[in-house]
Design a protein around this ligand. Sequence first.
Ligand code: FPP
Length: 253
Amino acid sequence: MAYQLSDQTLSDLKILKLPKHVAIIMDGNGRYAERLNKPRSFGHKAGALNLTNVCRIMDAMGISYLTVYAFSTENWQRPLSEVTQLFALVSQFFDQYIDEICELGVRLRFIGEIGELPLSLQKTVKRATELTHDNNKLQLIIALNYGARQEIAKAACKFALDCELQPDLLKLKAKDLEAKFASYLWTCDLPDPDLVIRTAGELRLSNFLLWQLAYAELYSTDCLWPEFGEKEILSAIVAYNQRTRKFGGLAKS
Ligand code: FPP
């Protein structure tokens, strides 16, 4: 069901500029569970549930793209039981919410080394991508088995191979070369995020979208991911509006 924003949020949004693309490092599931004396899996479940909530809120606000960091290439270092639980949770999430996602018109996409995931999860990813392909509201991009250094290194290899076949590529001017190189990334047809939010108070990018976040505004909140909701999203957008985006140039007067 579509989310009903509060009157206060609706009135605040009238005077705010919305970021077109928001990226989120969903951190703090473990600490949330610990605070409640529950196992870590409880925190991840609450985190997955909150993702549906945040999607509905951002869709209601009119945000076009939301990219979330669900599982990093470094997360394989966690105990196998936690990794297995996280993968099961991602599958369950789609089984449970795919109808609602379709009803909302949300398009799902995935970035990361999907081919290295368990086969059943790969199937879920394929199905979710295909089923929602023609939806035209919020695009939810899930970074799954994602690492930015890996993405960039792989793009560089593919680009090098193409340069051998088309040596003229090496003559591209810097800006064109940049655009050409970006076309080898998993995010090739997505705009760069305008705002990146990290929950649970950390101030790190943790190998998330290192190329794409070059000019994103950074926002960190102490709020733990399972508790990050409408009020917190609005605060992030207010903070975003207080920034002067210059992209290396001068502020427009
Ligand atoms: C970081 O919290 C969170 C993760 C590594 C997993 C994020 C996954 C979800 C929110 C749920 C599943 C996603 C989908 C797409 C359904 P942490 O465990 O590092 O927390 P801590 O730092 O407090 O221990």
